[in-house]
Design a protein around this ligand. Structure first.
Ligand SMILES: C[S@@+](CC[C@H](N)C(=O)[O-])C[C@H]1O[C@@H](n2cnc3c(N)ncnc32)[C@H](O)[C@@H]1O
Length: 358
């Protein structure tokens, strides 16, 4: 050990280390707040709430106000609530909690931007168990994702066998897709002039519905696994197709891949992209592929954004053997799949839009 560090440097290093040891507690406190419905309670109240008011609306036993206080203190520190003071019945000063923008995203009622299902889905118990065996990632010579090597089934099979979880997963994907509306305003030109589009791995069609709203004449097909689209009803210009993107993709002017390629290895992503290329090259046309996914850019992104992208990379590694990619990795993937050019536009918060041309 080099003792040339000052005491304060060593204490700072210890704080940094312990903070990261305890990071999961912030996630769990957020999960608890989401399950309790704290954001909804404050929203429905119409003004900031004291702990006693909150405990009463959440139907907590009065002896739990102290526990609630400790959760609210951490969540407030983490930016999910703010504290204000108000006058109580006896004219005494009371602390009351108000929503911030991140907690407004957890309000369920009448909220087209609600992301509560993302919290519940991402922090589902199935996400954690495999991490007890993370050593396998470094010691075992296997192509299997950690989830599969620990549980014996792929994450897709696990979802398909647990219908409640499958519906939570699809709900969370649909919720994430609603944020797409914001980016769509900035990149309308990408969809202008198209007559048809296939949303590959499009889930329950959240993104396609928004595109369809903005471009009613555009013929949209959502391709996903047969059981995902089995009970979904389309409309005249929006239809659902059960199939397998590794086998074939219906032909169209453009193919959309939102949050799909990060689930797959380079080899399998190239297979998907080659099928996309075939789908847009019918009848001598030269269409395009529109990818919406993360592009890691440590040089230009701020710390919080980079951390989120790198966290997602480990989610993809452990669940699916997938990956988040840097610009040069996207470029290699695109050229290896036989495309000739591409353009990246960072328009969807932490995701980017990548237009790919044959
Ligand atoms: C991470 S989700 C993204 C969903 C949607 N694009 C979105 O952003 O909301 C990946 C989707 O790929 C679908 N998928 C997985 N394997 C597939 C296959 N072989 N063919 C078609 N879709 C598939 C899944 O069912 C799931 O809906």
């Amino acid at each position: 050990m080099d003792f040339s560090y000052s005491d304060s440097e060593l204490y700072q290093a210890q704080i940094h280390l312990y903070k990261h040891v305890n990071n999961f507690l912030s996630s769990m406190a957020l999960k608890s707040a989401t399950e309790l419905g704290i954001a909804d309670a404050i929203h429905n109240h119409g003004k900031p709430m004291t702990l006693c008011e909150l405990a009463s609306v959440l139907k907590l036993h009065p002896s739990k106000v102290g526990v609630l206080h400790r959760f609210m203190r951490l969540l407030t520190h983490n930016g999910f609530f703010t504290k204000t003071t108000q006058k109580g019945k006896e004219e005494e000063e009371e602390t009351a909690y108000a929503l911030t923008l991140p907690s407004k995203l957890l309000i369920r009622s009448n909220n087209s931007s609600c992301l509560a299902s993302i919290v519940r889905g991402a922090l589902h118990p199935s996400t954690f168990y495999m991490w007890n065996s993370s050593k396998k990632l470094f010691t075992e010579d296997t192509e299997l994702p950690l989830f599969e090597s620990v549980t014996g089934e792929s994450y897709w099979d696990f979802m398909n066998s647990d219908l409640d979880f499958l519906s939570l997963f699809q709900e969370s994907m649909a919720a994430d897709s609603k944020m797409f509306k914001l980016g769509l305003k900035e990149c309308k030109h990408v969809f202008e002039g198209l007559d048809s589009l296939v949303d590959v791995g499009g889930g329950t069609g959240g993104v396609s519905r928004l595109i369809h709203e903005a471009f009613p004449h555009l013929n949209c097909a959502v391709l996903d696994q047969p059981h995902v689209v089995a009970n979904l009803n389309g409309t005249e210009n929006l239809n659902f197709v059960g199939g397998d993107m590794f086998k074939s993709i219906p032909s169209a002017d453009a193919v959309l891949l939102k949050w799909v390629l990060h689930d797959w290895t380079d080899e399998l992503s190239i297979k998907i992209l080659k099928n996309c290329k075939e789908a847009i090259s019918g009848k001598g046309k030269k269409g395009k592929v529109i990818i919406i996914d993360i592009v890691i850019d440590e040089a230009d992104d701020d710390e919080e954004l980079t951390e989120l992208k790198l966290d997602y990379d480990l989610v993809m590694l452990t669940m699916f053997n997938g990956k988040e990619r840097e610009k040069k990795e996207w470029e290699k993937l695109i050229y290896d799949a036989g495309f000739s050019s591409y353009k990246i536009t960072p328009v969807f918060g932490f995701k980017s839009l990548i237009e790919v041309y044959p």
